[in-house]
Write a protein that binds this ligand. Sequence first.
Ligand code: GUN
Length: 283
Amino acid sequence: MTAQLIDGNALSKKTRAEVAQRVAALAAQGHRPGLAVILVGHNPASQVYVKHKVADCESVGMHSVLDRHPADLPEAELLARIHELNADPGIHGILVQLPLPAHIDANKVIETISPAKDVDGFHVASAGALMIGRHGFKACTPYGCMKMLEAIGCNPKGKHAVVIGRSNIVGKPMAMMLLQANATVTVCHSATPDLAHHTRQADIVVAAVGKRNVLTADMVKPGAVIIDVGMNRNDEGKLCGDVDFDGVSKVAGWITPVPGGVGPMTRAMLLVNTIEAAEYAAA
Ligand code: GUN
């Protein structure tokens, strides 16, 4: 069997076009959605990410502010800046790029963001809302994965989903979203003794570990849907995911590529969360 590709580039393009329409509809009522992106320090990967986020806003007609600060910014000043943005009616979403320098308490920073502007979905109130099935912003990566399942007509209801990884940003919210969609969910992690035993039973596997070849062909049920959240480099320096793509794509029914899979959808869902925040504020 050769798996069908879940094209994150194509789906993100469609999602961005939908957001652009919603931006235009708000503009017609005199409102312009705005996202503030805060970067502290000079982490090279973070610099690239924030540039993309700002460009994505522009591409759909949203206003964005890139708020750059030196690596030695005192925590109190960062918190004060967030309070300012919380009170700014032209800003609907606030994102603090992680990781933050070691002298800053990331939890404290995230929890200073108003939950109404928490477009990353990292605030404890957003995470709690997801846990109990209430409305709140959803973390962009797992939210994008759910959209990918929807796009291929894969309803998780009654299916066995295995999530590999238990991070607060991907694994845990992914498990909650799948559970909310009525899947039977198994969460595997670094202390799971026999990972293959679980993944072989899965109709859906989400790999979110950050390590190459975590999932190989012998660990996959024929026809399963494979979502690869990983972003790694192989020996030749080429971008690759957590899944052995060449092997697994011979067994799976559907698979996301890396690059061109989950990554573009994560970026698109930030725009979805931001337009939602702006629509809510305008209503
Ligand atoms: N660093 C890596 N990924 C993310 C993300 O999705 N949001 C934020 N704020 N920081 C990140």
